[in-house]
Ligand binder design. Sequence first.
Ligand code: AMP
Length: 214
Amino acid sequence: MKLILLGPPGAGKGTQAVRLVEHFGIPQISTGDILRKAVKDGTELGTLAKKYMDKGELVPDEVVIGIIRDRLMEPDCQKGYILDGFPRTIAQAEALDEMLEKMGARIDHVVNISVADEEIIKRLTGRRTCPNCGAGYHILFDPPKKDGICDKCGTKLIQRDDDKEETIRARLEVYRRQTEPLIKYYEAKQLLRTIPGEGSMEEIFNAILKALGE
Ligand code: AMP
């Protein structure tokens, strides 16, 4: 199963990808996670990416295309994968098509999780993560037992730099302008399945499985 998760930032792609990884036994490939790790590790890639990420802009196509090209060659991708946050531009989608063609493979489904802007802002401004163990929380929907402290390891929770309201508005704008055209791109290839992204995690997960014919 080769799957693309499409949708605005905060649509729940990452959360749903984790469930899909368990269900299908294939890896999640998140360009956002790969780039955040590079920033944390202070690599050359991280230094370059941070400049764009802090402003809510997209990292240049050739950089993320290179990351995906290397990642798809790894042995754990043989049976399939879930692409989360890639492609994000038409140029990335075309590069992906070209890579897959060379590998004799193709995408099976593109799941588009659709959520309104105001809901996204509410979701993302409340998002908190533990810098130590990676656990995720939400101040309204999934708060830790003790304010601002990780339930699992007691570390002080942080807000992702790009989850500040100003940056979120920039990311949404980028999404509408550069990523939303992919909906038509995959519709034309008859791969697109749109799921309403407002509901419980469970409801959305079941809707995705249904759309995939599971
Ligand atoms: P995400 O965690 O998917 O929301 O990604 C966080 C940030 O990483 C984005 O706002 C971009 O700056 C960068 N990024 C992640 N994936 C891509 C991509 N496919 N193309 C360009 N930039 C990306």
